[in-house]
Design a protein around this ligand. Structure first.
Ligand code: HEC
Ligand code: HEC
Length: 265
């Protein structure tokens, strides 16, 4: 899927509260764009520079922890078990096995470009306010915990495994001098790493920068539709092809996502 491979993120919500917005935006843009408008819109897809890395030691530690199966209760599941680097840090299958051996309720999301998502809520339904809170929930009660089995492992046990590893002790001392090795320090590192997952440049980016030969004519016509009559731009605007907001896309599903909390009647 083009958008996911380029590493862009969309948050879905099925909520009555936002249904009106969809109807309104659909009417506004049912017209072809002038060449001038199209040139302006093309500029709106220009990439910003990568986010600066403030603490390289912290990011390196976070990367190690992201691939660390000892962070899960069973000692066999890492964050990377459901977030593969080669897939924009996502997966292809609709559901993954969690640490309890059960299927996840929803599809794992790609993590690429998340550092540019600002303070957008995290998860399909936005239930975590920050990447730190999301990672903490994954380890304590979510995908990484054996919560759904008869023998769940306490988060203190998981933290003790990391704390007692001399290699990690040295990495924490370098990354967060003076602070305790606890669950908060662990998720601080993981989130710092996640914010560095920059999407690689696509041919589309080269075209936006002015290289006319970077994409074929059909793709340019597609962009004109995307930004004009098809009105994809209304929700997929900007270089990450997302506004990081919730939209009712009218899909038939029993999973109401954020609709469960945003419903107004
Ligand atoms: C068993 C599979 C699995 C494991 C292990 C896992 N995740 Fe996920 N991840 C998911 C699924 C499924 C979702 C979507 C959950 C939802 O919103 O309902 C998700 C969503 C996320 C999101 C939200 C992305 C967004 O765009 O809002 C982040 C961030 C994330 N995971 C990070 C992590 C981190 C960090 C770890 C390790 C501490 C981890 N995941 C471990 C399956 C997994
Ligand atoms: C009203 C807002 C809205 C409009 C307009 C819209 N989309 Fe989306 N789109 C979404 C949301 C929300 C999702 C995430 C839904 C999901 O995956 O369950 C999504 C998902 C997608 C995906 C899947 C991305 C992925 O990573 O899996 C593609 C591709 C896509 N849209 C293309 C389009 C195209 C092409 C158009 C125009 C014809 C369009 N969209 C118009 C809101 C919108």
């Amino acid at each position: 899927m083009a958008l996911r491979l380029s590493g862009y993120r969309l948050a879905a919500a099925v909520g009555f509260a936002v249904a009106g917005v969809v109807a309104t935006t659909a009417c506004v843009a049912a017209q072809a764009l002038s060449p001038e408008d199209l040139a302006t819109l093309r500029q709106e897809y220009r990439r910003p520079p990568p986010r600066p890395v403030e603490n390289a030691a912290l990011v390196g530690l976070g990367r190690a922890l992201f691939f660390e199966p000892r962070l899960s209760a069973s000692g066999t599941t890492a964050c990377a078990s459901c977030h593969f680097p080669a897939l924009g840090w996502g997966v292809t299958e609709p559901k993954s096995r969690n640490d309890s051996g059960k299927l996840t309720l929803r599809k794992s999301q790609p993590l690429i470009g998340l550092g540019h998502a600002g303070d957008a809520p995290v998860g399909w339904d936005g239930r975590s306010p920050t990447l730190e809170a999301q990672a903490k929930a994954s380890i304590e009660t979510g995908s990484m915990s054996m919560r759904e089995t008869d023998a769940p492992v306490k988060v203190e046990v998981i933290v003790a495994r990391i704390r007692s590893d001399p290699a990690y002790a040295a990495q924490f001392a370098a990354a967060l001098p003076g602070s305790a090795v606890d669950i908060d320090a662990i998720v601080t590192a993981i989130a710092a790493f996640e914010r560095t997952l920059e999407p690689g440049p696509a041919p589309f980016d080269a075209w936006v920068e002015g290289d006319e030969a970077a994409i074929p004519a059909a793709a340019k016509r597609g962009f004109a539709l995307f930004a004009g009559q098809a009105n994809c731009f209304a929700c997929h605007g900007g270089w990450r092809f997302t506004d990081d907001k919730f939209h009712d896309v009218g899909t038939t599903t029993t999973d109401r996502d954020a609709g469960a909390s945003t419903r107004t009647r």
